[in-house]
Design a protein around this ligand. Structure first.
Ligand code: TRP
Length: 322
């Protein structure tokens, strides 16, 4: 089975990205042929500052590799290095109804938030369909919020087949990433860069420690049992606790009291360093070797194009362009 997924370089990697997606990407490498890419063209719908954009792309590539996406096992590449993606996206556009895109939640949500929608934002799911179809992916691990985009991909592929009477595309299936992995942010809402409540994976320790020490808690006194429901600190400790012993410590600290929130946060910071220590060290090494990161992306692009180029030739022939 061929697995594909992409992440937009639209902000610094945070622990929600890891537990919600990248950890599963790493595991999927064990059993499948995987394609993982930086969705830089998608990110242009929101990041329109070239200096920041370049930084975010390099940072995400470095982070992918540091976290264990392994270029010896998986194809790791940058979307914009595959010109077939944008070309396919146009052909797909011509068989995609406006209504299908108008029904997309992510688009409607953005409009409801008051974002002035660009055509790029509207066409976002078509570009995503092209990402998926161009390498003939069977399985696409995505969060729940992207499930509808997978349905759009299948619809668009089906509509291309119906229009031209040729079945060139593989219809992909989603792997919906676990809901248990929804990580609360430091303010208790879902961790998201748009709420500015994230805990980053990379970068200097000090501000990260500060963020962890600033997790919003209630005013239950040290000696009393602490509520666990809607308690971001509790959920973060549970997500990070490295073994059964530590999990038991978390449970008893909340159930029995005697441990203050401040000490729990210190423990969380220790778990954080234990979990990400190795990746953080690899990140620092790779950051000093951007040429190596570029080399890996170039090799990945070449590999992805081994599937993309012949498929594109077929598609051109089918529509009559060649
Ligand atoms: N839209 C996805 C997100 O924001 C990123 C993405 C772009 C993607 N193209 C994709 C994910 C193709 C899976 C497959 O999370």
């Amino acid at each position: 089975m061929r697995v594909l997924s992409g992440v937009q370089p639209s902000g610094k990697l945070h622990i929600g990205n890891y537990f919600g997606a990248i950890r599963q990407f790493v595991r999927l490498q064990e059993a499948h042929e995987c394609f993982y890419f930086l969705a830089d063209l998608h990110a242009l719908t929101t990041v329109q500052d070239p200096t920041r954009f370049r930084d975010l792309v390099t940072d995400l590539a470095t982070g992918f590799l540091a976290l264990g996406l392994d270029p010896d096992r998986s194809t790791v590449y940058r979307q914009s290095d595959i010109p077939e993606v944008t070309e396919l996206s146009w052909y797909l556009s011509t068989v995609t109804s406006m209504g299908l895109l108008q029904r997309c939640h992510s688009f409607k949500d953005k409009v409801a938030q008051g974002v002035e929608p660009s055509h790029g934002l509207f066409a976002y799911p078509v570009l995503m369909a092209a990402d998926i179809l161009i390498v003939k992916s069977d399985l696409v691990p995505v969060g729940k919020d992207q499930k509808q985009h997978l349905e759009v991909t299948r619809d668009v592929a089906g509509s291309f087949h119906a229009t031209f009477g040729e079945e060139v595309f593989v219809l992909p299936k989603p792997i919906i990433l676990d809901d248990v992995a929804v990580v609360p942010g430091v303010d208790g809402r879902k961790m998201s860069k748009s709420y500015d409540n994230t805990i980053e994976i990379f970068g200097p320790e000090k501000p990260i420690r500060k963020k962890i020490m600033g997790i919003v808690t209630d005013s239950t006194p040290v000696e009393e049992p602490k509520p666990t429901e809607d308690n971001a600190l509790y959920h973060l400790l549970k997500i990070f606790a490295p073994d059964d012993g530590e999990r038991a410590w978390v449970e008893s600290s909340f159930a029995e009291g005697g441990v203050g929130y401040g000490d729990m946060k210190k423990r969380l910071f220790e778990y954080y360093l234990q979990t990400f220590g190795d990746a953080r060290a690899r990140y620092e090494e790779l950051k000093d070797d951007p040429a190596e990161v570029e080399r890996i992306l170039a090799a990945g692009a070449e590999k992805a194009r081994e599937t993309a180029a012949p498929l594109m030739a077929e598609v051109r022939h089918i529509v009559g362009v060649k």
